[in-house]
Design a protein around this ligand. Sequence first.
Ligand SMILES: [Zn+2]
Length: 238
Amino acid sequence: MYGYYGYGLYDPTMILVLIGAVLSLWASAKVKNTFNRYSSVRSMTGMTGAEAAQRLLNSQGIYDVTVRPVSGQLTDHYDPRTKTVNLSDGVYSSTSVAAIGVAAHECGHAIQDNVGYVPLRMRAAFVPVVNFGSQLSWPLILIGLLIGGAGSTIVNIGIWMFVLVVLFQLITLPVELNASHRAVKLLDSIGILQGKEVGQTRKVLGAAALTYVAAAAASVLQLLRLIMLFGGRRDRDN
Ligand SMILES: [Zn+2]
């Protein structure tokens, strides 16, 4: 009887998933709050996110990266394939401390790309493997449970696919933290932000980093749950 393992409300390992979900919700609420608060603080230089990004890139001798606007909210990202720093509406033309912080963070990724920062390279190489893993993991686990039950080879392969997803989330952490670290240091040293603005930007980027930590923690907890429920070899009563 596979029902014994319980997929429903009475499954005690669900608590792990709930903890992960609460962490993620808390982190995303915190980043929104912090971003909104410092979105209304205009930076002393009056520079926009786009201008700050351009200035930062040029200060590092980077001239082949384009800064361009992208639609949506908090959709900011650096694309290494097109060598573009994409800034959302609320960042591109905003002169707030929060906008400059986010713009600088994306430039941090462009700089990582420029200097060949190893975790960024590893992360990029990982992307196709992870797409594969994340698409196959759950179907394999479900099919494995139907065919061979918990602890069967197919289920374990499914769990290993999920391990890839977790590794990807973990390798994302140094990439994100390092980009923010570079951003704050440069904004300070070039003088784009001054005085207490530096600390305010650090708060915005710190909150953003928290969402990556929460996502990684949530998937580690999910993996733990999968292993507790279905992993390993176990004696079955069928
Ligand atoms: Zn980032």
